[in-house]
Design a protein around this ligand. Structure first.
Ligand code: B12
Length: 495
């Protein structure tokens, strides 16, 4: 069981409808530099609540990162004088088998490299990474706790996607006066602020003039990709996914005109050219097609020259939607097929047929799409066999025959076991994990259990990854990690 979260009774909360919080500082905690969509939406919603609350946004993922986060935070608090600081924590567990992720590569070298010298070298480097991971978590914790201690008159709140997943485990590491908001809906937070939550909270009502005042660092994102959400919620029940828990099970779709006016404002006022439609998935269910088509149709009629991307379920695509996707600027597509084997797709409860997914991809190709397709594959999913791995390699080849070799990028994932998912239940049932485990444990022998890569294929796949990570193996160095991993698995399968 996770520890209990702190929950002070409402009567002791500092603000009320009669005296709402007048000044809120939203602080996005340090992470890789991606546009702070969540904090911007939160700040906008506070602005929409009509009580005249002043909001400021300090984004510790941008700005001068050579200045310690603590100095930037304390200076901001001293100059803005908020009544409440709302920390937003985006990501905690960032491992992925990408070339840039040295920590993941070393962990795999340590576990699967046949050479004891490589294993020893990886374990030494790994110690450094363990401490970097540990210090990333503890420096955020120290920042929040430090602010709570240094400014006893200011209320401190903590939320964001990482908190909805790991809030229960972080709670004991934080002072009790830090209010943790781990629930998906914003009602309790607005209650805490003494503010009325707008009746349609899925509509942030982003007003860029206000955002520019609240967030002076905004020009740093003009040339990057801006995240815009078209809906929240996902009714699916995929084995490994916690998005229904993060966003809710019922889709709340935004008004297409509001989504497009947000995109238009970024495009015209900030000159933004690249957008990420930041839904858990685009086309989660067939009814989403009409909604997406209307949004994209409006982009086409406005003549906005932009590129967009997103996570998309391709199985519901038909020619008309595919054509409008391409005309509205689809520039990169991330399609999660999971596996090339229908048996594995079903075991992952992905809820689509691979034939339909292939038909969807054919529609995109026929519509004249010229960008890249990132094909997400989850290796060694429950039930994986040498045969199903071969089917995945074949599926990538089939997609390549549609789009051309260079435009198809296999992106290889291992299933990470996240709290509250079907995969976690399965790991308990299979005895891989025990209830009460700490999902934030930094120790490699514990952390490795959170990556689902069981026998009998785990070692073979692990070795293939290690070979691929060494890069350049057999002259394939210019291809990405996914390509190299699949090529190495292909060699293992032929052995
Ligand atoms: C879209 C997305 C991306 C896109 C972002 C594109 C862009 N330019 O915007 C891309 C592909 C770049 C991406 C990358 C990664 N992502 Co990502 N991503 C998402 C996704 C699907 C949506 C995030 C989003 O923008 N939502 C829309 C905004 C409006 O919602 P929000 O952020 O939740 O904010 C709302 C609330 O949380 C709340 N809120 C926010 N802050 C606060 C604070 C307080 C006090 C309160 C009360 C409320 C509150 O208010 C907001 C309005 O409702 C989430 C999963 C999900 N469904 O949430 C994962 C997610 C955030 N990503 C995650 C991760 C790990 C990553 C990567 C590290 C993956 C990797 N290994 O490479 C990278 C690196 C990111 C980086 N910092 O460099 C994890 C983070 C948690 C974790 N496991 O640690 C998530 C939750 C997915 C998961 N399965 O676990 N990602």
């Amino acid at each position: 069981m996770a520890p209990m979260r702190n929950a002070a009774p409402l009567a002791h909360w500092p603000f009320s409808r009669g005296r709402p919080c007048s000044r809120v500082l939203v602080v996005r905690l340090p992470c890789g530099k991606v546009f702070p969509t969540g904090p911007i939406y939160l700040a906008s919603l506070i602005g929409r609540s009509g009580a005249g609350t002043a909001v400021r946004l300090l984004d510790l993922a941008s700005g001068d990162r050579s200045i310690p986060a603590k100095s930037r935070l304390f200076e901001e608090i001293a100059s803005f004088r908020p009544e409440l600081v709302a920390f937003s924590w985006r990501d905690i567990q960032v491992f992925s088998p990408q070339d840039s992720d040295q920590g993941f590569r070393d962990a795999f070298a340590f576990m699967y490299d046949p050479s004891p010298i490589h294993r020893a070298a990886a374990s030494i480097r790994g110690l450094g990474e363990v401490s970097a991971y540990k210090s990333a978590i503890s420096s955020n914790v120290a920042l929040i706790a430090g602010a709570a201690r240094a400014f006893p008159g200011i209320e401190v709140a903590l939320g964001g996607p990482a908190i909805r997943i790991f809030g229960d485990w972080l709670e004991p590491r934080l002072p009790s006066r830090v209010r943790i908001f781990a629930e998906g809906d914003l009602g309790p937070f607005f209650e805490f602020l003494g503010l009325e939550l707008p009746p349609d909270p899925v509509e942030p009502g982003v007003d860029l003039a206000n955002i520019e005042r609240a967030f002076p660092l905004w020009p740093e994102y003009q040339d990057l990709t801006i995240g815009v959400q078209t809906k929240r919620g996902c009714p699916r029940d995929c084995l490994y996914c916690l998005y229904p828990k993060l966003e809710g099970k019922f889709p709340s779709r935004r008004r297409p005109e509001a989504v497009v006016s947000e995109i238009e404002a970024y495009a015209r006022r900030w000159g933004v050219r690249h957008f990420w439609l930041a839904d858990a998935q685009l086309l989660s269910v067939p009814e989403d097609s009409v909604h997406l088509e209307e949004i994209l149709g409006r982009i086409v009629s406005l003549g906005l020259e932009l590129g967009w991307s997103g996570y998309l379920r391709v199985s519901d695509l038909e020619p008309r939607l595919a054509s409008i996707m391409v005309r509205s600027g689809l520039e990169e597509l991330e399609a999660s097929i999971g596996s090339g084997s229908q048996r594995i797709v079903d075991a992952l409860r992905l809820g689509f047929s691979l034939d339909d997914a292939m038909r969807g991809l054919e529609c995109i190709a026929a519509a004249g799409y010229r960008g890249r397709i990132l094909v997400n594959l989850s290796l060694n999913a429950p039930g994986e066999t040498r045969g199903s791995l071969a089917e995945s390699l074949a599926a990538v080849d089939r997609i390549r025959s549609l789009f051309g070799r260079d435009r198809v990028v296999p992106v290889v994932f291992f299933l990470a076991i996240q709290p509250g998912t079907g995969l976690e239940e399965l790991a308990f049932a299979e005895g891989r994990l025990r209830p009460g485990y700490d999902p934030l444990s930094i120790w490699p022998w514990r952390a490795r259990r959170l990556i689902y890569n069981p026998p009998p294929l785990g070692d073979m796949i692990g070795r293939a990854c290690v070979e691929a990570f060494r890069g350049g193996a057999r002259g394939r160095g210019h291809e990405g990690p996914g390509d190299r991993i699949l090529a190495a698995i292909g060699r293992e399968l032929r052995r």
